[in-house]
Design a protein around this ligand. Structure first.
Ligand SMILES: [Mg+2]
Length: 359
């Protein structure tokens, strides 16, 4: 089995920012796993430095392995990362490589990836995610209105916690504007990206009591587990975190402090570790929500019994629709899992992607 990687940087369609970070481009690192004339693909969003990590550290570990033995490949790659450090760039590389190895297995056997994993559902519920702090009122209105009123997605999320929590009055005004845009029936979610302090996070949500917010993501830093637990016990919306989880122990530690555990298959260690993290959540009585990279999540989300929903993240939906043939629509708020073609059902648009290649 042969692993290779390439990096692509795609500019955003407008400046994007949340409570604690801003960006004007997004880098995707795509891993190819090849054997017997078949090619599986997997990807992550992270620095271009992920690509050489795949070729230098991971590829030699799987060269002699049977491409059907996904756990053996995962274990060999995971062991190799001990001194490089599993969380961070190395974890992104492992995640993309594991997704590519799973996709290769499905394609070699002529099976849709979701069928290989086993289906818990054929449609994956999604929520529209964007509402960046860098948007003006008109742009936020247009985006949320499109999701709710044109596409029929009944749940949407905006970013708050602007400038590390120093713009709380604007956060509240944007939340109120979002509610006016989406009407009474759609669910309103917010994500502070760790921008608030503990009591501030509680005060902001109490000030928004009449907006019926249902999801409060990273109200405080996801490193502050006790803080997440404190906020969870003081507010009505579900408190969620987990998008920076790079291994199983992370999710095991966080589960007691949140209402819903977020898992990112492009960070946590791929499909192999996503399924185990979902089991950790289930043992704590929790549902999980898949974070970003929507098309990389579809199959594993369909295979996860305790899945709540998948984040239909504006930036990644746009990039995946540009770079892949086979990207799915979210009409009605649930995305059909590709069951009519092998693997994840996607094909890289090579010429289009080449325009964005950086490594
Ligand atoms: Mg988030």
């Amino acid at each position: 089995m042969r692993l290779t990687a390439a990096a692509y940087r795609v500019p955003t369609d407008a400046p994007e920012g949340d409570g604690t970070l801003a960006w004007d481009g997004t880098t995707m690192v795509l891993v190819r796993a090849e054997a017997d004339g078949y090619t599986g693909i997997g990807w992550t969003y992270g620095p271009a430095a992920v690509a050489p990590l795949v070729s230098d550290l991971l590829a030699p570990e799987v060269t002699g392995l049977d491409p059907d033995d996904v756990p053996a490949a995962w274990s060999a790659m995971q062991r190799r990362l001990r001194n490089a450090g599993r969380p961070g760039v190395a974890g992104l590389a492992l995640s993309a490589a594991d997704c590519a190895v799973w996709d290769l297995k499905a394609r070699r056997h002529g099976l849709p990836l979701a069928r290989l994993l086993g289906l818990a559902r054929r449609q994956v519920p999604v929520y529209g995610s964007g509402g960046f702090t860098t948007y003006d009122a008109e742009r936020q209105h247009r985006q949320l209105s499109h999701w709710v009123h044109e596409q029929g997605i009944p749940r949407v999320k905006i970013k708050i916690g602007e400038s590390w929590g120093t713009e709380a009055p604007r956060d509240l005004a944007r939340m109120a504007a979002a509610r006016r845009t989406i009407g009474d029936d759609a669910e309103l979610y917010v994500d502070a990206n760790g921008g608030y302090q503990r009591k501030q996070a509680v005060r902001v949500m109490r000030a928004a009591a009449d907006l019926d917010v249902r999801w409060y993501e990273e109200p405080v830093s996801s490193d502050d587990l006790a803080g997440l637990g404190l906020v969870r016990d003081q507010v009505l919306p579900d408190v969620a975190a987990g998008e920076y989880g790079f291994d199983l122990v992370y999710f095991h530690r966080m589960a007691p402090y949140v209402d819903c555990l977020q898992i990112d298959v492009t960070r946590c260690g791929g499909i192999t570790e996503f399924l185990r993290a979902a089991a950790v959540a289930a043992a704590a009585g929790l549902e999980v929500s898949a974070h970003c990279a929507p098309h990389q999540h579809l199959a594993v989300a369909a295979a996860t019994p305790n899945l709540r929903h998948l984040e239909w993240f504006h930036d990644h939906v746009r990039i995946e629709s540009m770079l892949f043939d086979g990207a799915a629509p979210a009409t009605g708020g649930a995305v059909p899992v590709p069951l009519d073609r092998p693997g994840n059902g996607l094909a890289l648009r090579t010429a289009e992607a080449q325009r964005y290649r950086i490594g």
